[in-house]
Every structure is written in structure tokens, then in C-alpha cells.
Ligand binder design. Structure first.
Ligand code: ATP
Length: 217
């Protein structure tokens, strides 16, 4: 569903992604780990078509939706209107399938997005992405700023979406424990380059990955 080869993305003279090769297959849930400034959001935005590669190839095999870092909701608009914006490009107006997966959003539909809790706002951002009925979902920092129990609840929704509806997921996370719990494979991005990749069980056992991302576990 996502096939990236030798991708280079630059901001002016600064190289943010340096020959990144990465793939997410149909039905897979794959993690992308890395510290601040590694290039994770740059990759997400390039996959979503918001940034153009300097070189390399990006192939997307189905409808892709992005849950952007920081949620990027319209705070003065209602939850329902924020969701509607997510379906605008694909012409999907019916929020019922999204409410079915995330029933809490139906209760919040009339509320202003800006007054919701962080977890609720993240749920709106996920719901907005799902409005286009994507076959592949890129989630940039699901857990950022959220309490662990709220993150776990959102993660369970993503897992259901993946298992029951076969939506492929690229989960971009700084929280490696969460990513390893949810995903089968992972990539580790550092300074714009893929430094490690493989099954999560293997990466978690790699002393270098463990000390950098699992607190020395
Ligand atoms: P974070 O988790 O902090 O968002 P990240 O892994 O997502 O980090 P990016 O935001 O992709 O990293 O940034 C990668 C590099 O590109 C960093 O060095 C950053 O300073 C730089 N960068 C990001 N956006 C821009 C921009 N609009 N103009 C110039 N440089 C940028």
C-alpha cells in the first residue's frame, strides 16, 4: 500500500530524508520510530502529497489518509463539521461508518472541537481521516500529549480498524513500547535515514534500539 524507495526530501539546502526505503503491505500495521527531528513528519507529509520529493519514488496503492501531528482541527467548528472536511475530497458525506467505529464522536458531534480534551480531539482527527474511507492510514504521533489510558483506548480503535477492515496503518511514534505492542514490523529513522528495521520482536531485542527507545530495557 505504501512503497517508498530511495526517497530524498529537502527543505532548501537541508536534507530531511536521505534515501529512505520503506514499505507497508496490504493489511499490515507498521511502526516508524525515531527521535525529534528525525524526519518522521516529513515522511508523513510526503506520503500525503504535501511535500514533493527531491528524488526517489513514492507509490501509494490505495486511498491514503493522514492523521497529522498536532491534530490540526478547526477549533471553532463543530466535531461534525471537522469530520465533514475529511470527506470533502473523496465526496464522502455520511459520517455513520465513522460513528460506528468511534461512537463517542456521535455524542460529541455538536460540540466545538476546540473545547474537547486532547484525547477527544485526537479521536476527531482519526475520525476525520476515516471519513475518506482510506485503505491506508498514516498516523503521526497518536500518543503525543495524551495520558496512557487515553492512548490505549485510541490504539484499540486503530487495531480494530486494521484487523476488521483490513486498513493498512503506518504508525509514527516516539513511544516505542506502544508501537511494538501494536505493530508487527518497525523502521527506526534517525537523522533522515533508516537505521534499523525488522519485526518488532527482533528490534525490541536489539540492545541499541532497546537502550535508545525502551529506556535501556
Ligand atoms: P518531531 O517528532 O519533532 O516532529 P520529526 O521526526 O517529525 O520530529 P521532522 O519534523 O520531519 O522530524 O523534521 C526533520 C528535519 O527537518 C528537522 O531537522 C527539522 O528541523 C527540519 N524541518 C522540518 N520542517 C521544516 C521546514 N518547514 N523548513 C525547514 N526545515 C524543516
Amino acid at each position: 500500500m505504501i512503497d517508498v524507495a530511495d526517497l530524498v526530501v529537502e527543505y532548501g539546502t537541508a536534507t530531511a530524508l536521505d534515501r529512505v526505503t520503506l514499505a507497508v503491505d496490504k493489511g499490515e500495521m507498521v511502526a516508524l520510530l525515531g527521535p525529534n527531528g528525525a524526519g518522521k513528519s516529513t515522511l508523513a507529509n510526503t506520503l500525503a502529497g504535501l511535500l514533493a520529493p527531491a528524488s526517489g519514488t513514492v507509490r501509494i496503492g490505495g486511498r491514503l489518509a493522514l492523521v497529522p501531528e498536532g491534530r490540526q482541527l478547526f477549533p471553532d467548528m463543530s466535531v461534525a463539521d471537522n469530520l465533514a472536511l475529511g470527506g470533502w475530497r473523496s465526496g464522502q458525506r455520511d459520517p455513520a461508518p465513522v460513528y460506528e467505529l468511534l461512537p463517542r464522536l456521535a455524542d460529541l458531534a455538536g460540540r466545538r472541537a476546540g473545547v474537547l480534551s486532547g484525547g477527544e480531539q485526537q479521536m476527531v482527527a482519526v475520525g476525520r481521516a476515516l471519513m475518506s474511507r482510506p485503505q491506508v492510514l498514516v498516523v503521526d504521533e497518536l500518543s503525543l500529549g495524551l495520558a496512557p489510558n487515553i492512548t490505549a483506548d485510541l490504539a484499540a480503535h486503530l487495531t480494530r480498524l486494521n484487523r476488521e477492515q483490513g486498513v493498512a496503518v503506518l504508525l509514527i511514534e516516539q513511544n516505542a513500547r506502544l508501537a511494538f505492542e501494536l505493530c508487527s514490523r518497525a523502521y527506526v529513522l534517525e537523522s533522515g535515514q533508516v537505521q534499523a528495521e525488522g519485526p518488532c520482536a527482533e528490534l525490541a531485542g536489539d540492545p541499541r534500539v532497546a537502550s535508545a527507545y525502551l529506556g535501556g530495557a
